[in-house]
Design a protein around this ligand. Structure first.
Ligand SMILES: *[C@@H]1O[C@H](CO)[C@@H](O)[C@H](O)[C@H]1NC(C)=O
Ligand SMILES: *[C@@H]1O[C@H](CO)[C@@H](O)[C@H](O)[C@H]1NC(C)=O
Ligand SMILES: *[C@@H]1O[C@H](CO)[C@@H](O)[C@H](O)[C@H]1NC(C)=O
Length: 379
């Protein structure tokens, strides 16, 4: 081997090595999970997720038998404590311990539990009906009691948070830089709650549905809502000069702005629900199979690109699609949307690749760039 070809193979080695390092770090960005509401055939869920290569699941019902079925599965779980238990847990720490003794200690760590959400969408429309601060105190006390109970059990890896809903807590997404928490939430709830999340290294959890915002704002185009990137599909935030190409990023950055306005810029964000219904019972034109498929595929592609959002390079920490299986319960009072990526008979609606490796195109372009640089240096 001549010296220069030796150098060349060394550079090749470096390029390959860096490609590996990059893909390893990129893949830690924005993992994609899914919400599962105990529908369909529950015993098939673990092999199904393994087959789909989905590595995290959110269980709003947190049924102990389903939690048990995830033993040694390599899938991580986000559990929820029902809203109805919050006031009890807030006033009596033994109640927190009791819940953990039914849902966590019998299975942990054979089952990998990443977080516990104390309630789901506890704050409804705070902007309109101004809530009394008692209700806020309950929520935070319950979270503190669950945290303390976990600490007493010597479990520090499971994080404690609560789940909000975008439309109920954030003022606006247009432009993201002017977003705030609604009404008196900022002062009475979010300030201490964000302090708790920051002190305990926990994440802010939010249900974020571009579909719902799209339906309330006639100025949003369908292409912008469902990731149809096109030179003329964008909205500019005139205050920051940032250009947005999809509604999801705009909503995420609105949440980040609201948190930053309370002095917390670095708390990780987890999108606990996002999806698009393929049909609904009121014959809503926008609940459409084609739109739903484009939204979900566009979202997966966007999250895997590793580009994050304009305000946060790393993007959201995790995103849970909503949801695994369609709701076909017969006794629902509200007209049902069909949000599932599967029908109730457990067949897939769309052909989605969750495993696709991250931004391969960008990675190979980068490797090519480094290689060209190497060749130039050698010459
Ligand atoms: C707190 O909860 C425990 C266990 O659920 C119960 O035994 C105890 O009586 C409760 N304490 C109060 C003050 O309600
Ligand atoms: C939070 O994370 C930081 C850095 O990873 C670590 O130093 C700190 O001990 C963690 N705090 C808690 C309460 O887990
Ligand atoms: C499952 O249900 C869907 C929608 O009702 C239907 O189109 C499909 O053929 C069914 N698949 C099987 C295997 O029964």
């Amino acid at each position: 081997m001549s010296p220069s070809s030796k150098n060349l193979s060394f550079f090749f080695f470096i390029i390959i090595f860096f490609s590996f390092v990059l893909s390893a770090t990129e893949s830690t960005h924005s993992s994609i999970g899914i919400t599962y509401n105990n529908r369909g055939t529950t015993h098939q869920i673990v092999p199904l997720l393994q087959y789909l290569k989905i590595t995290s699941i959110r269980l709003p019902d947190s049924d102990p038998e389903i939690i048990r079925s995830f033993s040694y599965s390599g899938i991580s779980l986000l559990l929820s404590i029902p809203n109805s238990l919050i006031s009890q847990i807030a006033s009596n720490q033994s109640e927190a311990l009791r819940w953990l003794n039914h849902h966590v200690t019998p299975f942990y760590p054979r089952v990998h539990i990443s977080s516990i959400s104390v309630g789901n969408n506890v704050i409804e429309e705070a902007g309109e009906a101004t809530l009394d601060s008692n209700q806020f105190d309950f929520l935070l006390s319950a979270m503190q009691n669950v945290r303390q109970a976990l600490d007493e059990l010597g479990i520090d890896k499971i994080k404690v948070s609560t789940t909000f809903s975008f439309l109920n807590v954030i003022t606006t997404a247009f432009p993201p830089s002017s977003a705030e928490f609604q009404g008196n939430l900022a002062e009475y709830l979010m300030k201490p709650l964000l302090g708790f999340l920051s002190d305990t290294n926990s994440s802010f959890l939010i249900n974020l549905h571009p579909y719902n915002l799209y339906r309330t704002d006639p100025e949003i185009t369908i292409g912008f809502a469902i990731f149809q990137e096109h030179p003329f599909v964008f909205r500019d935030d005139l205050l920051t000069g940032v250009r947005y190409r999809n509604l999801f990023d705009m909503m995420v950055d609105s949440v980040l702005t609201a948190m930053a306005s309370q002095g917390h810029e670095n708390i990780p964000l987890i999108v606990t629900e996002t999806g698009w219904p393929s049909s609904d019972e009121t014959k809503d034109m926008d609940a459409d199979h084609v739109y739903a498929e484009l939204y979900i595929k566009g979202l997966v592609r966007h999250l895997k690109s590793g580009f994050g959002t304009p305000l946060r390079r790393d993007g959201v920490a995790e995103t849970y699609l909503f949801e695994l299986v369609d709701d076909d319960t017969k006794d629902s009072a509200q007209p049902r949307h069909h949000w599932g990526i599967m029908y109730p008979n457990m067949t897939m609606k769309y052909d989605i690749d969750f495993s696709g490796s991250v931004g391969m195109f960008d990675m190979s372009m980068m490797a090519l760039g480094i290689w060209l640089l190497a060749v130039m240096l050698l010459w």
